[in-house]
Design a protein around this ligand. Structure first.
Ligand SMILES: Cc1cc2nc3c(=O)[nH]c(=O)nc-3n(C[C@H](O)[C@H](O)[C@H](O)COP(=O)(O)O)c2cc1C
Length: 340
C-alpha cells in the first residue's frame, strides 16, 4: 500500500508524525517505537535560550482530554544542536524541528543556526503556544505579522517551513492564507485549545496558571472542523492535529483534506500510538480495497469557499421590522425569510 506523502520538498514514508512536545526529542521513544515505521518525528519546540517552563502543576486530566501549561520547557538551541540532533541523526527517523520565538528575529536566529542541518528534514514554526506570556498564540494571530515573518524566514533554509496555528481564532482560513502568501510550505491545524480546570474543594485552579492548552479526544471534533477550514483555504498541505488516537481518527482528518496527521496526547497513554495509527490506517484502507492514500484524501471535503454572491439592489428585500440584515438567508440565494 502506498502511504507516502510530500510536505513541500520533504518525502514522508507515511502521513503519521508525532506532535511536538508529546514525544520528547524522539530518541527517548526509540526503544519502544521503530521510528522508521512512522512518517516523521517533530521534536519539542526549541527556543534560542533554554527554558525551565512554568511552575507546577503543569498537567491536569479532564474529561476526554488533558490540560497542560508546560510553558515551552526545552534545552535551548545550543544543547539541541550539540546533544539532541546527533542522537536523532543516528536513528532512522525523519526529523522535523519545532522552533519557537517571541519575535520574528528570534525565529530568524534559530533558522540561521539550524537551517542547513542535514539531520533536519523540515521546520515547524510554533505560532500557537497558549502557555507563555510573550510570543505565544495571541501574538501570532496577526495575519500580516505571520505573512511578513514567513517572508523573512523563507530565504534562511531550503527545508520546508510548516506554520503551526492556534485554533482559538475567528478565522483559521485567513491565517492559513497569510502563511501561504508569506511562503509557508504547509500548515499545521491545530495546536491545543485554551481551557480551564478548577478544584472546587480547594477553591483554586488546577494548573499553576488559570488557563492551559486542552488536547486529546475531547478536542477532536473541534480540531477536525479547523483542519477542514484550513484545507479548503490553501493549496499547500495541511497537517491535521487534535485528538487523534487511532487509524480511523487519522483517516477522518485526511478525508477532510489533511495531507498528514500528528499524534500527540495518545503517545502519553500508549507510547507506540503513532505506529499503531499507521497500522490502523493501513487495515481500514486495505479492507476497502484502497491502495493509495491519495485516493482517500479529501473524500469528505467541501469545495473551497467562493465569495458569496450579492443579489442586485432592486431585488433585496426591504426589512419590514428594521432587522432585515440579520434575517438575510445564508445560502447565497439573496432571498430573505421576510419574502418567503
Ligand atoms: C504536554 C504537551 C506539550 C506540548 N508541547 C508543545 C510544544 O512544545 N510545541 C508545540 O508546537 N505543541 C506542543 N503541544 C501541542 C501538541 O503538539 C498538539 O498540537 C496538541 O496536543 C493537539 O494534539 P493531541 O490532541 O493529539 O495531543 C503540546 C501538547 C501537550 C499535551
Amino acid at each position: 500500500m502506498d502511504l507516502a506523502v510530500r510536505i513541500g520538498s520533504l518525502a514522508l514514508r507515511n502521513p503519521v508524525v508525532t506532535a511536538s512536545g508529546t514525544f520528547g526529542y524522539g530518541d527517548e521513544y526509540a526503544h519502544v517505537v521503530d521510528l522508521a515505521t512512522i512518517g516523521a518525528v517533530i521534536t519539542k519546540t526549541v527556543t534560542l535560550e533554554p527554558r525551565a517552563g512554568n511552575q507546577p502543576a503543569r498537567i491536569a486530566e479532564t474529561a476526554g482530554g488533558m490540560l497542560n501549561s508546560i510553558g515551552l520547557e526545552n534545552v535551548g538551541l545550543e544543547r539541541f544542536r550539540r546533544e539532541k540532533l546527533p542522537k536523532l541523526a543516528a536513528l532512522d527517523a525523519t526529523v522535523i524541528a519545532s522552533l519557537g520565538g517571541e519575535t520574528p528575529a528570534e525565529l530568524a536566529a534559530l533558522l540561521e543556526a539550524l537551517g542547513r542541518e542535514k539531520a533536519i528534514g523540515a521546520f515547524e514554526l510554533n505560532f500557537s503556544c497558549p502557555n507563555v506570556s510573550k510570543g505565544g498564540a495571541i501574538y501570532w494571530t496577526d495575519a500580516r505579522r505571520l505573512e511578513r515573518t514567513l517572508r523573512q524566514l523563507k530565504p534562511l533554509t531550503r527545508a520546508p517551513l510548516i506554520a503551526k496555528l492556534s485554533p482559538d481564532v475567528t478565522s483559521i482560513a485567513e491565517l492559513a492564507r497569510a502563511c501561504e502568501q508569506g511562503g509557508a510550505d504547509a500548515i499545521t491545524a491545530v495546536n491545543t485549545f485554551v481551557g480551564m480546570a478548577l478544584d472546587l474543594d480547594a477553591a483554586g485552579h488546577r494548573l499553576n496558571r488559570s488557563t492551559g492548552g486542552l488536547s486529546g479526544p475531547a478536542i477532536k471534533p473541534l480540531a477536525l472542523a479547523r483542519c477542514h477550514e484550513a484545507a479548503r483555504a490553501v493549496r499547500i498541505p495541511v497537517l491535521g492535529s487534535g485528538g487523534i488516537m487511532s487509524g480511523r481518527d487519522a483517516l477522518e482528518f485526511i478525508a477532510v483534506g489533511a495531507t498528514a496527521v500528528q499524534v500527540g496526547t495518545a503517545s502519553f497513554i500508549r507510547p507506540r500510538a503513532a505506529a499503531e495509527v499507521v497500522d490502523g490506517m493501513r487495515a481500514f484502507l486495505a479492507a476497502r480495497g484502497i491502495r493509495r492514500i491519495a485516493e482517500w484524501r479529501g473524500r469528505l471535503m467541501e469545495p473551497p469557499a467562493t465569495p458569496a454572491r450579492r443579489a442586485p439592489a432592486a431585488r433585496r428585500a426591504k426589512p419590514r421590522n428594521g432587522r432585515g440584515a440579520s434575517r438575510t438567508r445564508c445560502d447565497g440565494s439573496g432571498r430573505s425569510r421576510a419574502r418567503r
